[in-house]
Write a protein that binds this ligand. Structure first.
Ligand code: PLP
Length: 387
């Protein structure tokens, strides 16, 4: 057989999706892969049923249906205050996953470097490699997940660094970057002439008093911020694969071309149905925040009762739980045993860290009360894993 590409030979399968398979194998409650087990808003699914009859069913415009981009531009302006030209500053993609890949391919040359905070969402390393760039990592230090400004500057000023990836709110650690932290990043990006590629998929999943600061609205950042976002988490439609890039016209011109060759376009009927969601008023986003606050409180209270220690997430829907007391040196083995013996699926923290961190596991709580209560009931027995 001919040789396969060297570029992809270091790829492992996704640890998150591997843990979903482990959960399934042992009949565990799967709190590893982060997707809700409740329905999307009915208005969206009702509209989908109509669209099934009326269409569209053929290709939409490559960079996204006009009514979808118009609605997105309005929503972005409403929440961030920034004006977005739906013709020149948006590309609709197949999830934020494609948005990130298209953004990286649009800005990176082979051999460039991309700064990534660690812990990080596992796709970033692969995205960097696929776009020919080398990821360089700057630690967010547990338990507070703050960064050292000198370490950040040292990474950002390395020759060949083109961009920094900012996941805010952060998966897996639940950090919401403060305005002061964002300003530090922005100042450095301007000083060293870098792009900031933001992953804002958890923009609306925040816990009071934390608020979302839009990097692109900081002075001097509009031209150098590439927003990657999606509808997956905001409207509980992870399977619809609707995402987008928002950036200045020069960047979007390039992203449009990359996107055209990567996927041609996002699903036309799904865009049509999802416009209903993009047009929801503020009450929807307040409801979403309350729903997630309820799930977070329910789950974290249960973890506390089970005597587990963790860092309280400020945003997103994950919690990193400290497993030091169990005496494992291999957190993946701990997760396998957790699925097998206790019946709960989790992700080993080491898969998110560049540094040698293996005392954390990630659980997610985007689940109905019954699911969370059943998982907590099982977790009350977690000490049987103690060595
Ligand atoms: C930080 C982050 N970015 C991107 C994604 C993927 O988003 P999408 O479904 O829009 O591709 C996820 C999914 O879990 C995520 O946690």
């Amino acid at each position: 057989m001919p040789a396969l590409s060297t570029r992809t030979e270091t790829f492992t399968d996704s640890v998150i999706r591997r843990m979903t398979r482990v959960s399934d194998e042992y009949g565990a409650i799967n709190l590893s892969q982060g997707f809700p087990d409740f329905d999307p808003p009915k208005a969206i699914t009702d509209r989908l049923a109509e669209v099934a009859k009326t269409g569209p069913h053929q290709y939409a415009l490559t960079w996204g249906a006009k009514n979808f981009r118009d609605a997105l531009a309005r929503k972005q302006e409403h929440f961030s205050g920034m004006k977005v030209d739906p013709e020149k500053e948006i590309v609709v993609t197949c999830g934020s996953t494609e948005a990130m890949m298209a953004a990286m391919m649009s800005v990176c040359n082979p051999g460039d470097k991309v700064v990534v905070f660690s812990p990080f969402y596992e796709n970033y390393g692969a995205d960097a490699i696929l776009s020919g760039a080398e990821p360089i990592y700057v630690p967010l230090k547990p338990p507070t997940f703050t960064f050292d400004v000198d370490e950040l500057e040292a990474a950002m000023k390395q020759p060949g660094t083109r961009a920094l990836i900012l996941c805010n709110p952060s998966n897996p650690c639940g950090k919401v970057f403060t305005r002061e932290e964002m300003q530090i990043i922005a100042d450095l990006a301007i000083r060293y002439d870098l792009f900031v590629i933001t992953d804002e998929v958890y923009e609306h999943i925040l816990y009071k008093p934390h608020t979302h600061v839009y990097m692109s609205t900081l002075p001097g950042m509009k031209e150098r911020t590439i927003i990657c976002n999606s509808l997956s988490k905001t409207y509980s439609i992870t399977g619809w694969r609707l995402g987008y890039v928002i950036a200045c016209p020069e960047v979007i011109e390039r992203v449009k071309k990359v996107h055209d060759f990567l996927t041609v376009g996002a699903a036309a009927p799904l865009m049509e149905a999802a416009v209903v969601g993009l047009n929801f008023d503020d009450t929807y986003y307040q409801w979403l925040q309350e729903k997630y606050t309820h799930m977070r409180n329910l789950f974290l209270d249960g973890l506390k009762s089970a005597g587990l220690s963790f860092v309280e997430p400020q945003g997103a829907y994950y919690v990193l739980v400290d497993i030091s007391e169990f005496g494992y040196t291999d957190d993946e083995q701990f997760c396998i045993d957790l699925a097998k013996e206790v019946g709960v699926g989790a992700v080993p923290g080491s898969s998110f860290f560049r540094e040698d961190v293996n005392h954390l596991i990630r659980l997610h709580f985007a689940k109905q009360d019954e699911t969370l209560l059943a998982a907590l009931d099982r977790l009350s027995d977690i000490r049987r894993l103690k060595k």
